[in-house]
Write a protein that binds this ligand. Sequence first.
Ligand code: KIV
Ligand code: ZN
Length: 519
Amino acid sequence: MTKDRVLIFDTTLRDGEQSPGATMTHEEKLEIAELLDDMGVDIIEAGFPIASEGDFRAVSEIAQRSKNSTICGLARANFKDIDRCADAIKHAGSGRIHTFIGTSPLHRAIPNLTMDEMAQKIHETVSHARNLCDNVQWSPMDATRTEWDYLCRVIEIAIKAGATTINIPDTVGYTAPAESADLIKRLIETVPGADDVIFATHCHNDLGMATANALAAVAGGARQIECTVNGLGERAGNTALEEVVMALKVRNDIMPYTTGVDTTKIMNISRRVATASGFPVQFNKAIVGKNAFAHESGIHQDGMLKNKETFEIMRPEDVGLAGTSLPLGKHSGRAALRAKLETLGFDMADNQLNDLFVRFKDLADRKKEVYDDDIVALIRQNDTVEDHIKFKSLRVVCGTEGPQTADLTLLVGGEEKSVHATGDGPVDATFNAVKAIFPHGGRLDLYQVHAVTKGTDAQATVSVKLEEDGRIATGQSADTDTVVASAKAYINAINRLIVRREKSAPGDDIKNVNYKDTI
Ligand code: KIV
Ligand code: ZN
């Protein structure tokens, strides 16, 4: 690898999935891994194999399918985790074991290990991993709050035991950019053997500095950036893949490093991850937010018409957005829809296009202009797992004169069921109706509505999150009728909950792994 090449390590499927509520289905993980592989991500951290059967299966299948990327699994500092991880990645063209332990005083206190005991454990576990795989990454979790001398000591031990990548996590997002650069630089200068390994940076976004810290670490000598699509991740998330990749591209004059990522695939994967995780992208998010290339004020629009560079430092096309957003309408035909899909980066089989076309026409009848985001929302509606419950019809009565009521018909396992329910508002009445037809223990954790495009006839996208016995499922849907979108999103979440019930024991997911227990 040349010195100016920075490896992109994507951990959307591991750290990203650890975001509360961001559980993805197996099929979604495979699809996202395929997109990451195709867009040129160097390393994909596909999961935490010991965490659950589901995680093991996902890592293992992604390892078998990946064409270009190295596939990595996470393991705590014990032989059982490491063996399970080695087993999951064994069929990868190129596989990596990533093992970690918390080295700061706060984290050492949890397993109650002395500095010497922990150092010994690092030697044993990294050596064990290296005996199973010649590509081993080691992370001192909470590195940025670990004593300097101890950090140097344990990194040296890990390198001697065979680690090939040393990752320096800012686990709690505490570091500032100048410190981030300085830390990596001093470690490379100080630790014996540092020149023989790659230093990586893994930054959390608690103070909103994750991307800046990652880029500063590169200036300090790091040559691997750990990141996630849309910045998904624990608490405030991680360094966003799209941000670091575009920053390195646009500001190559002062950051002369390259990545292997095809930036034109960014928008597509961002949308896919938003749908799968149930975390819509905030409108003003850098690069991938709906407003990132929108110009509202007269002065800005005027400037843009005269010269795009007046208010744009990158072209929408560079991230895979169609430069101009020409709305389709009810007179648009199949060819226009196909052309639009191509510009949006969707490649659809004929039968999928036919289905989408029917729904597009239905929407165009109800709405004057159908924008790019409307089309994406229509496609997302179809991104559901095989549904046990299907929406058939809904009529609600709402307004100031209560009670608000819902008459709902669903197909449950193919059988039609109808009910009349009341509630505190039309959405509450609708959700009560769903519960009356299909009783379940899912607690509503989140209900969110936003308009996809402008105008009172805009489609509303609704996200719903349910929690049942530690299992979390999210659902999304879009419709010009907010209550219908709500019903469909709620049903979508229940369908996912049913799949999760079948695939896992209660609470059997990555969020329930305790690192203290098996160190
Ligand atoms: O944030 C963190 O420290 C991690 C480690 C497992 C690398 O995600
Ligand atoms: Zn992390």
